[in-house]
Design a protein around this ligand. Structure first.
Ligand code: NAI
Ligand code: MG
Length: 497
């Protein structure tokens, strides 16, 4: 094992507090129940920090604070230029504390420091900066009505937003949710995932430091079945934005019927990544690797069904397997590590369970196919990067979201077959296409039913580009100008002249 990086002293301060408190109405408080829970370091299973465990009582306090801040507070009524300035300051603070946040994220989630430093933290800052730019550009319209009247629209904030996020990109997902919500003048109850509450809580401190008024953002860590469910039910909350499993997304969709909350859902995927024989093969191998092993495969849009045109299939699969087996696996803080541990013991069990299912179904791992218990990694939740061949599109490992470093390589005949197999899934989050034929690339991009299609690239993101799902991958688009629709209501005003 290599030597892990020196921890920033501020990380120590943050994790060593007896209880990491929650943020309600601008104050750091313990859970009403007094309960706490542990968040663990997935690289070795040790307890990293103790965190206040929010439940329905705390969600109620947070929802009331957010309601008050919305109904009476300055945030929705502030001059746009002031809200913009606060969001820009927040982005600057995230960058200023980038090293600390990157280390905290790596410790809590497991992902490599290379990723948190180069992707999660800068993109979180960039998302806030992007939405800061929108604050004074969210405008209504003047409508050509009967000249006896003057009719115009206002774009008003939705109100109190309950935002429930997953553990795979903790700070980045918080920025995707908070950026547009705050830009539009909403207030928020944010629940980070129980596996990874730390960076959202540190972000809470930075929000206050940036000048976000008390009650505008409340951060309530806790479990899904208690804190999460209470957010979905709470009558003072107007909207739910959720990132997580399709199963919980469906439950939220059902539950929200009682209060008719606005809902947006960013759920799972089983994305096809399609490599034609006329592709730049070297680039396609790199893209397939990034497509599925980035973030240990704990990515909703991961290219987990890798379709390779039949004449290229065997050679491509073995080249990919060789590249996968050469990826450096270890604790995320160790220099040069590319594949860290999975986030939790539960996720380890889930992913290794799927490895067994795949083998039983007759798929063959060309590399990996098991937990990694090399010296020094025994206590962590490591799974070797795995490349399966002999997979049929109707096998469970080709249809169900595994959410780990596991790819299935499947052959296809021609363009029609690629589209047919690619679309044969309940999901529709993303897809990749590799070809030098521009017309073919355009045809496939249109034929695939998914919210994002990458051509000769994969896993590329920008705050300006919308992201979200077709089919059972959810609804609503985050990022870009589309997210503004999720966080505003349209009011039509008539004046008799
Ligand atoms: P999950 O969907 O249970 O958790 C996501 C968030 O929802 C967490 O904050 C959790 O506390 C909350 N939650 C759970 N149950 C809830 C409920 N009844 N009401 C309100 N909130 C609730 O996902 P989990 O169990 O962590 O992972 C299971 C699988 O879900 C993964 O293996 C993966 O396949 C998928 N997943 C997909 C993600 C994506 O980005 N689309 C992210 C995380 C997980
Ligand atoms: Mg769950």
């Amino acid at each position: 094992m290599g030597v892990a990086v020196q921890l920033d002293p501020s990380v120590d301060r943050f994790v060593k507090a007896p209880v990491r408190k929650m943020l309600i109405d601008g104050k750091w408080v313990e859970a009403a129940s007094g309960k706490t829970f542990a968040t663990v370091n997935p690289a070795d299973g040790s307890e990293l920090a103790r965190v206040a465990e929010g439940d329905a009582a705390d969600v109620d306090r947070a929802a009331r604070a957010a309601r008050r801040a919305f109904d009476e507070g300055p945030w929705p009524r502030m001059r746009p230029v002031e809200r913009e300035k606060i969001l820009l300051t927040l982005a600057d603070l995230i960058e200023k504390h980038g090293r600390e946040l990157a280390q905290l994220e790596t410790l809590d989630n497991g992902k490599s420091l290379i990723e948190t430093t180069n992707v999660d933290i800068p993109q979180a800052a960039g998302t806030f900066r992007y939405y800061a730019g929108w604050v004074n550009k969210i405008a209504g319209e003047t409508n050509p009505s009967d000249p006896a009247y003057f009719n115009f629209t206002l774009r008003e904030p939705v109100g109190v937003c309950g935002q429930i996020i997953a553990w795979n990109f903790p700070l980045l997902l918080a920025s995707w949710k908070l950026g547009p919500a705050l830009a539009c003048g909403n207030t928020v109850v944010l629940k980070p995932a129980e596996q990874t509450p730390l960076t959202a809580l540190r972000l809470g401190e930075l929000l206050l430091e940036a000048g976000v008024p008390p009650g505008v953002v409340n951060v309530v860590p806790g479990y899904g079945e208690t804190a999460g469910a209470a957010i979905v039910r709470h009558p003072l909350i107007d909207k739910i934005a959720f990132t997580g499993s399709t199963e919980v997304g469906k439950a939220i969709h059902r539950e929200s019927a009682d209060t008719l909350k606005r809902v947006s859902l960013e759920l799972g995927g089983k994305s096809p990544n399609i490599v034609f024989a006329d592709a730049d093969i070297e680039e396609a191998v790199k893209g397939a690797l990034i497509g599925v092993f980035f973030n240990q495969g704990e990515v909703c849009c991961a290219g987990t069904r890798l379709f390779v045109q039949d004449k290229l299939h065997d050679q491509f699969a073995s080249t990919l397997a060789k590249a996968a087996s050469g990826m450096k696996q270890g604790p995320g803080l160790e220099p040069g590590v590319q594949v860290g541990p999975l986030v939790s013991e539960e996720q380890l069990a889930r992913v290794t369970g799927y490895l067994e299912v795949g083998k039983k179904e007759g798929a063959k791992p060309l590399t990996g196919g098991e937990r990694n218990t090399s010296p020094g990694l025994e206590k962590g939740y490591f799974v070797k990067p795995t490349v399966f061949t002999g997979v049929r599109n109707d096998m469970r490992i080709a249809q169900e979201e595994i959410f780990g470093p596991v790819v299935s390589v499947l052959p296809f005949k021609d363009e029609n077959d690629a589209v047919f197999q690619g679309n044969s899934t309940f999901y529709g989050l993303a897809a990749g296409v590799w070809t030098k034929d521009v017309s073919k690339a355009h045809r496939i991009a249109r034929a695939i039913r998914a919210g994002t299609v990458w051509v000769n690239c994969y896993n590329v993101f920008d705050a300006a580009s919308p992201f979200g799902g077709y089919k059972q991958s959810g609804y609503g688009r985050e990022l870009g100008r589309h997210a503004l629709d999720l966080y505003t209501e349209v009011k039509s005003v008539w004046l008799k002249i």
